[in-house]
Design a protein. Structure first.
Length: 259
């Protein structure tokens, strides 16, 4: 995806986490950055309310989707064009959809990390979010209750801003025992039902544990594996586009009725 085609604020969500380079000059600005982020976390609720208007839904504009997740979204070990957001955008465009997908995947991210960076990741131009978090919580055996609470809050904030949500599920590894599986695996279905979001039950369905579709670590899909995920999630993503457009129409109607 060519960053020059995206609004400036929207491209800021494209995070490249496999390689991090810090210029010496950045060290001087770090204290200011800390102050800025602290202020943002305090002021964001008011800012978020200001962005709930149909100006983000101008006729003819693409639907702006943020793929908000961990290394499965970021494309750890893959080129940019082989990663999930790029392949999905390409597939949607091939089906005639006017869409842009920003890669907001961070390798190693947990649900807690996702919630912590919500305010500066979900920019005002966002129409829809594919929420792919929870795999690292399960890998580390973190509290299923905490993971559910974090995801619940993320979804609540997205809904408050009239942003359509496609929640993708994950399953716990069996080495944590049956009790952990029973506590963790139902989280996604439960939250989808509670909030009325779209649900793709298992993000790596048909790809997990297949050596031909995964990299050498056995955990991360290769380019062919990502292509399989894209084909399976495509119908749900098209439903997501419909919901995003419906929310835009709702925002426009509400705005006209109050004027």
């Amino acid at each position: 995806m060519d960053r020059r085609r995206l609004p400036a604020e929207f491209t800021q969500t494209r995070l490249q986490t496999n390689k991090r380079v810090i210029h010496p000059a950045m060290l001087c600005t770090f204290p200011l950055l800390v102050v800025f982020l602290a202020a943002t976390s305090i002021l964001w609720p008011a800012l978020a309310r200001d962005t709930m208007d149909p100006s983000r839904c101008k006729q003819g504009d693409p639907v702006h989707i943020i793929a908000f997740g961990d290394s499965l979204t970021a494309g750890l070990g893959l080129t940019r064009k082989a990663a999930f957001p790029y392949q999905l955008e390409k597939a949607l465009k091939a089906r005639g959809h006017n869409v842009m997908i920003a890669n907001a995947g961070v390798s190693g991210e947990t649900t807690s990390g996702g919630l912590a960076r919500f305010n500066w990741t979900i920019v005002p131009q966002t129409d829809a979010v594919i929420l792919e978090l929870g795999a690292n919580d399960a890998l580390r055996g973190l509290s299923p209750e905490k993971a559910q609470k974090n995801l619940d809050e993320i979804i609540r904030r997205l809904k408050a801003r009239k942003i359509a949500v496609l929640l993708t599920g994950m399953r716990a590894l069996r080495n944590w025992g049956g009790g952990y599986e029973k506590a963790f695996n139902p989280i996604f279905g439960r939250l989808s039902k509670k909030h009325g979001t779209l649900l793709f039950p298992f993000f790596i369905e048909g790809v997990a544990l297949d050596p031909k579709l995964n990299q050498a670590d056995g955990l991360h899909p290769n380019a062919a594996g990502v292509a399989q995920i894209v084909q399976r999630i495509l119908p749900k993503t098209e439903d997501l586009l419909k919901r995003a457009k419906a929310l835009c129409d709702e925002l426009a109607t509400n705005t006209h009725s109050t004027n």
